[in-house]
Ligand binder design. Structure first.
Ligand code: SF4
Ligand code: SF4
Length: 425
């Protein structure tokens, strides 16, 4: 790493030794899991580069944006509308939370039986190893699951720029009115942060930029429906993870470029795995960077992942925002309509998610579903039981897994996944 980066990290307040250790582990994991794959599309080279520079060049870009007066907004959830952030001339970045860090310190602030995602978000703050978190001018928390909403009360003591967004839990007219009121409050907060008034023109631009990112991912998802699969599930997940960090226009162009390449592969019947390799849909909790544990296990067990019903995947990106409105009010309504369709398990009841999983099984021609639940995540673990039942009623095999970010259970998970894959053959 260049001295310039070290200076930049120091100025952001990172703990350089701890950060070196994190990058060392990350780099090795990337080498072992990603670069060891065979037949990868050339276009993945861009995403390899992004990952190699995830704490370097991209942070430098954000720091430069800040120097030019632009604000950075960090978020932990796909309910935070990027359209509004972009319209106020700010940049939205996801705060990853995909690896354990500073666990002992975290467990002094949070109960042990808190999901790995929440613990990780605290670990990255307490360990001073996340340059995205330290670059953010505003950190947005949201009242989704109980774990998160209570954890934000404690996080407020660790950061001085936390903004908490309330969210509905029921898909009713009242729920929708709450979402709209909260998006309006968020719009005012972002305008205050940036000093930029959101006009209809700016909002339309924001909507179109985010829609273009999503549309590129829709194109990628459609190509993953082919047998043989033209791209691995590991790489599919990585693209969905990079969605949260990268410059939007560059991300869109890079995904479209890889899609062009995949179309040629499909025409030539080339795949990353042989035809008729068992196809798996993963459904459940988000898999944030660098949580690559499940796809690594599945794809070294002789199956291929063909889609993610997840917030780092189709739950987060599947619907576009209608951009036909002419006024800020009309476009805000369209944004509310779009986000109100997100079928997170925090909603009760949540039948849309069951329908969506079955729709994805049919479209991706998946042979089975692995439900990925993080330990102590009540919403998704609770929902995994009706998900399994609904799938089994339709003769779709389902394997429910419950895990965390540690590597201790890899052997045990591998045995269960291998048995499941055998059943699918
Ligand atoms: S699973 Fe729910 S709480 Fe988590 S990122 Fe998705 S919408 Fe937000
Ligand atoms: S994984 Fe579950 S418990 Fe953890 S933050 Fe998401 S919804 Fe909450």
């Amino acid at each position: 790493m260049s001295d310039d980066y070290r200076q930049m990290w120091k100025e952001l307040g990172l703990d350089l030794d701890a950060h070196d250790a994190l990058l060392g582990v990350l780099g090795q994991a990337y080498q072992d899991i990603y670069l060891a794959q065979k037949q990868r599309p050339e276009g993945m080279g861009y995403f390899d580069f992004v990952m190699s520079e995830v704490h370097g060049l991209r942070i430098k870009e954000l720091v430069d944006e800040k120097a030019a007066g632009r604000k950075i907004v960090g978020s932990y959830c796909v309910f935070v509308p990027e359209e509004i952030v972009l319209a106020a001339n700010a940049t939205l970045v996801g705060l990853c939370s995909g690896a354990d860090f500073a666990t002992e310190d975290v467990e002094r602030m949070l109960p042990r039986n808190t999901c790995a995602l929440i613990k990780s978000s605290f670990g990255f703050k307490l360990g001073k190893v996340c340059p995205y978190l330290e670059s953010a001018d505003m950190i947005v928390g949201e009242n989704t699951c109980d774990g998160k909403k209570k954890a934000y009360e404690s996080l407020a003591g660790l950061v001085d720029n936390l903004y908490v967004m309330d969210l509905p839990q029921v898909k009713s007219e009242n729920g929708k009115a709450l979402l709209k009121a909260e998006f309006l409050r968020f719009k005012a907060a972002v305008e205050k942060l940036t000093g930029v008034t959101i006009t209809a023109e700016r909002l339309k631009d924001g909507i179109q930029t985010v829609n273009a990112k999503r549309a590129a991912l829709h194109r990628l998802s459609a190509l993953r429906k082919t047998d043989p699969a033209p791209v691995s599930g590991l790489d599919g997940l990585l693209v969905n993870q990079v969605f949260f960090y990268d410059n939007p226009a560059r991300f869109t162009a890079s995904v479209n470029k890889i899609c062009d390449e995949l179309e040629k592969r499909i025409a030539a019947e080339e795949g990353v795995f042989a035809k008729k390799t068992p196809r798996i849909l993963v459904s459940g909790c988000p898999q944030a960077v660098p949580n690559w544990k499940l796809p690594m296990i599945v794809e070294t067990a002789g199956a291929v992942i063909v889609g993610e019903e997840s917030c780092v995947g189709e739950r987060g990106t599947r619907n576009l925002t209608d951009d036909s409105g002419q006024t800020v009010e009309e476009m805000l309504d369209a944004i509310v309509d779009r986000y109100f369709q997100v079928d997170c398990a925090i909603f009760t009841p949540n039948p849309d998610r069951l329908d969506h999983i079955q729709q994805m099984v049919a479209e991706t021609k998946a042979d089975g579903v692995i439900h990925y639940g993080l330990q102590f995540c009540q919403p998704y673990l609770m929902e995994s039981i009706p998900v399994e039942k609904a799938l089994e009623d339709r003769q779709i095999p389902c394997l429910r897994l419950e895990t965390d970010y540690s590597m201790e259970d890899v052997g045990q998970l591998k045995t269960r996944v291998e048995a499941f894959v055998e059943q699918l053959r």
